[in-house]
Design a protein around this ligand. Structure first.
Ligand code: MTE
Length: 335
């Protein structure tokens, strides 16, 4: 069931857009673009590769654009007037290290990931732990949320997600008063995820939120985009989307959600604690140790645009970090 219900993130209303409108001419205008593997100094893989790497640069990509058949959405732009990225851009330029460190390979390598049947175990410090079948989660009212996704690598997209507020699920299981954080875990399917053979990462992919962040209405569990079910490369069948934080917080293909009393240590905190922290809120004033976060490259555009504090969602989330002791350097790095 798709209910277009909005929070404060209202988008200008418009008629349903014809599919052809999504087939971005920008794809065809794009010149030769870089597409580099994510190998960082010191042999460590980064949560991102070259900030300028871009999809859609090959002839094969262009033909894929011509056959794109995205579903329906309610608007062609976000609430700032920024146009949606195309279905092709969103589904062919992906970070999903369980498959590959190469963004352009994720779609083909992940296409056989079995995503049904699927269960998500929600437990830990809750009164009503429950193992949810995907069907239970799909029965929750699905909303459209058009959000900017800002990767820590300094690229971004505007994506029309389908999903529901994470708070709805958390309220169902009733966190106890001892619960302070939420820990998320991605499936480890060794048969279908070749990247799990890499010993560079402490699998499984784990992420976490503070409980009040998780209860914020902007945090959603997404089951689809562009009016269609999620594809494996985007985290099918269900993933987190936290638009005011760097993209690596938005963990894909979730199988486990636990309420806990201590701050979860994420895969990226373990992998490169000097570079990736728990909070990871988008902040143009705190640079990554190896590159600036002041600007970003919107996929499909030439040039760069300024990065917005909290990715433009400050009015909804800044109050979460009002504590005068909150260390803003944690927004990127570990403590
Ligand atoms: N989740 C898992 N399990 N594995 C990953 O490698 N990459 C993260 C995040 N979630 C990742 C993940 C990063 S770095 C980003 S930027 C986003 O997914 C990208 O989401 P997208 O491919 O749907 O745009």
């Amino acid at each position: 069931m798709l209910i277009k219900k909005r929070t404060g993130i209202e988008i200008p209303s418009s008629e349903i857009t014809p599919k052809s409108a999504y087939l971005s001419r920008r794809q065809f205008m794009r010149g030769a673009a870089l597409s580099t593997a994510a190998v960082a100094a010191g042999g460590l893989l980064a949560a991102c590769d070259s900030p300028d790497a871009e999809p859609g640069s090959s002839a094969a990509d262009v033909s894929a654009v011509q056959t794109a058949m995205p579903g329906k959405v309610s608007a062609t732009a976000d609430e700032l007037g920024d146009p949606l990225n195309t279905f092709e851009e969103i589904t062919t330029y992906n970070n999903y290290y369980e498959f590959s460190i190469n963004k352009d390979s994720v779609a083909s390598l992940s296409k056989n990931l079995p995503t049904a049947p699927w269960q998500v175990a929600v437990g830990g410090l809750v009164n009503k732990p429950k193992i949810y079948d995907l069907e239970d989660l799909m029965a929750i009212e699905q909303e459209e949320r058009i959000y900017r996704l800002r990767c820590v690598e300094a690229w971004s997209m505007v994506i029309p997600w389908l999903g529901f507020p994470l708070a709805k699920l958390l309220n169902e299981v009733e966190p106890t008063s001892a619960a302070k954080y939420v820990r998320f875990e991605t499936v480890q399917d060794r048969e279908n995820m070749p990247g799990l053979n890499s010993s560079l990462f402490p699998w499984p992919y784990v992420e976490g939120l503070r409980l009040d962040e998780a209860m914020n209405d902007l945090a959603i569990l997404s089951t689809g985009l562009y009016g269609e079910a999620l594809l494996p490369q985007n985290g099918a069948p269900i993933r987190l989307v936290v638009p005011w934080k760097y993209g690596f917080k938005s963990i894909k293909s979730i199988v486990k959600i636990d309420l806990v009393d201590t701050m979860p240590e994420s895969l990226w905190m373990k992998t490169a604690p000097n570079e990736y922290g728990f909070y990871a809120t988008v902040n143009p004033n705190v640079d990554h140790p190896r590159w600036s976060q002041a600007t970003e490259r919107r996929i499909g555009e030439f040039g760069r645009r300024e990065t917005l504090m909290f990715n433009g969602y400050g009015e909804f989330v800044a109050h979460l970090y009002d504590d005068p002791d909150f260390d803003t350097t944690q927004t990127v790095r570990g403590q």
